[in-house]
Design a protein around this ligand. Structure first.
Ligand SMILES: Cc1ncc(COP(=O)(O)O)c(C=O)c1O
Length: 379
């Protein structure tokens, strides 16, 4: 059997280790997972609706996500047909590539950024053009310079993962003026709810231009990662194309009712966002106290530079029952990412990091040239 040639250099995407696996393999009773940018609170606000929906699971879900679609259309004051739902916002990346990419096309991504753009673009057969970050930020003018007649999509994670940095409204506005209408600008706004006030109002750009899509997710601030649901908002024409290549029942019943609950329930976000902000400050303080270099984040995680290979730290933390995210898969072996958790989890993380640093060399500041990071696809 011959698989597609694009699979040749591709490694399986390794997500953060699950709590259950670490508990089982290390015989630990308590494990804190600070690896996958999840929210540390269970979304109890969906309980009743999920219970009620149990009775309907002998039936396929709505292919159109009817109620959720109506809700979102009203919220954004857009036509219902401008919305596309995905099994996680991840799926919308795949749908977009599936609808747009033909042999010889190019896709522009930053490096490093959310890995799925590059992996999926490579699978779709596109040529991936990388633009290194500049001091941990997207280098928008450089991204624009890479556009040529073959460019189909530019992916922008805003806020970015794994750096947590963001591009503001003015930066994006200036950037869009440089991009021809034939190129789709894909704004992945998975961490939108955590971002500060000058974050782009992307829906305004969409009203002025017909080459924009932005995606949001219920996985992060709304704490529904386990249900897999996200959505994209774009023009009628692009949404119609994405809906053509979508599986008919890609959003399960529980995800659909939970999505409606999430938008109806204002209390959960009001609790989550300030909590994460407070704990972010706590972690900044803890990391500064240890002399560790970190990047200020507009999201619910922090990128940390250990200035040396993080492997032994990662294993040390695992044995203590703390899972962080290694960034080896990004080609960043000296960096790791920590998700902001409950106070007790963050405190334990700082305590363990202190213990580790006392045992080994102290960290210092470093300037990183992402240009020299090896390609993930060849590692
Ligand atoms: C930048 C970015 N986009 C998208 C996603 C995927 O989110 P979802 O759970 O909606 O598929 C993530 C998840 O970590 C992310 O970091």
């Amino acid at each position: 059997m011959r698989f597609i040639k694009e699979l040749k250099n591709l490694k399986v995407y390794k997500p953060g280790k699950p709590i259950e696996e670490v508990k089982g393999s290390l015989g630990l009773e308590t494990v804190y997972k600070l690896a996958s940018n999840e929210i540390p609170f269970p979304p109890l606000y969906i309980r009743k609706s999920i219970q009620a929906e149990l009775e309907n699971i002998n039936r396929y879900p709505q292919g159109s996500c009817h109620y959720l679609r109506k809700f979102l259309a009203k919220k954004f004051r857009i036509n219902e047909s401008q919305i596309v739902f995905g099994n996680g916002s991840d799926e919308i990346i795949v749908l977009t590539l599936r609808a747009l990419i033909e042999k010889g096309d190019e896709v522009i991504v930053a490096y490093p950024t959310f890995l799925i753009y590059e992996i999926q673009a490579a699978i779709s057969g596109a040529k991936v053009v990388r633009v290194p970050l500049k001091e941990f930020h997207y280098d928008l003018p450089e991204l624009a310079k890479k556009v040529n007649r073959k460019t189909k999509i530019i992916f922008i994670a805003n806020p970015d993962n794994p750096t947590g940095t963001y591009c503001n409204h003015k930066e994006i506005s200036n950037f869009l003026k440089l991009i021809p209408k034939s190129v789709l600008v894909y704004f992945d706004e998975a961490y939108f709810e955590f971002a500060p006030g000058d974050f782009p109002k992307t829906e305004q750009f969409l009203r002025m231009r017909d080459n924009v899509i932005f995606t949001r997710t219920f996985s992060k601030a709304y704490a529904l990662a386990g249900l897999r649901i996200g959505y994209g908002i774009t023009t009628l024409k692009i949404a119609a194309a994405l809906n053509k290549v979508r599986e008919p029942f890609n959003i399960n019943r529980f995800a659909q009712v939970a999505g409606v609950c999430a938008l109806e329930n204002k209390g959960f976000l009001k609790k989550v966002i300030p909590y994460i902000e407070r704990e972010k400050k706590y972690l900044y303080g803890g990391l500064s106290g240890l002399g560790v270099f970190f990047v200020e984040s507009a999201a619910n995680f922090i990128l940390i530079d250990l200035k040396k290979d993080t492997k032994s730290l990662y294993n040390y933390l695992l044995k203590k029952g703390v899972i962080v995210r290694e960034l080896r898969g990004w080609g960043l072996k000296n960096f790791f990412r920590v998700t902001i958790g409950l106070h007790k989890e963050n405190k334990k993380f700082i305590g363990c990091l202190r213990g580790y640093l006392q045992k080994s060399n102290k960290c210092g500041r470093s300037i990183v040239e992402f240009k020299h990071c090896p390609s993930r696809l060849n590692i």
